[in-house]
Design a protein around this ligand. Sequence first.
Ligand code: ATP
Length: 309
Amino acid sequence: MFAIETVALEKIYQTGFWRRATRRALWPLSLSVPEHEVFGFLGPNGAGKTTTLKLLMSLIYPTSGEARILGLPVDDPNLKRQIGYSPEQPYFYDHLTAHELLKYYAQLTGVPAKEQSKKVEGVLERVGLRDIKKLQLRKFSKGMLQRVSIAQAIVHDPRIVFLDEPMSGLDPMGRREVRDLIQELKEEGKTIFFSTHILSDAETLCDRVAVVNKGELKGVGSIAELKSRGTGESEILWESAGEIAELKKRAKSFHRSAEFWRAVVPDAEVYTAIDCIRQAKGRLISVTSVRETLEDYFFERLNAPGAEQ
Ligand SMILES: Nc1ncnc2c1ncn2[C@@H]1O[C@H](COP(=O)(O)OP(=O)(O)OP(=O)(O)O)[C@@H](O)[C@H]1O
């Protein structure tokens, strides 16, 4: 059984005054996420990330297809205790304090009365809001509200945590803290599904990612898998008394770093390059195949033929 599973999940919004116009936000999406995985849902603005999360949270209905969490249909009331959700733009009753709000969410998600205070205190500490727990939420900054939003998603200790752009609105310190928190949740064995358009956050945290663009899945796999393709180029390092003009001419990039010369050449030119180094009485240090970065993968997918709809 998967923690999260979607089968040809599709969403077309009806728009306009008479709801006659349509906008496709999600092409049929099939994904499965095993338990205990940190799964990144990666894509630029308008990719369909929030739509997918709302479908998983049963906040909107799919046009077709289905989604299951822990083997249950997403609208099954038994899931309430098992999942937590932090929306991208949280809206809270802002006359409440963080403590009151979290207590309310603890009640809603069925935390037994005698455990509520302890859970709320624990989670406030975890997201760094303990010292301002008595402050009304209307006095909170966007970053502080983001922490409250994450806190309400985990106060009942759910098995699966859904976070929509959890780092948005946070300064670098705050982002680091949220990253650490996600890491801790993973170590506790939770499944985390989070959307982001920030590649480095996905890279440091995720076991696997799905790349989406304009509602369409462009690729899914571990970061290592996505990055494991060679670019068809090799990096050559060597020592030599001076620059080697012939190699410079053939190289895509050519420069001297601290001790070595470095050139990147097409794979087909590697042997010619090595010959050039030998003839110049240089000493070859290494030849390595250049791997794709996550950025390369991401942008190549987004600009691939068929990316436009
Ligand atoms: N209620 C709605 N009615 C009509 N169109 C919508 C609605 N909600 C979203 N859309 C459209 O669906 C597409 C996907 O939007 P969605 O918010 O899911 O993307 P996203 O990846 O979360 O982007 P962002 O990071 O900007 O929030 C967009 O073209 C958006 O304009």
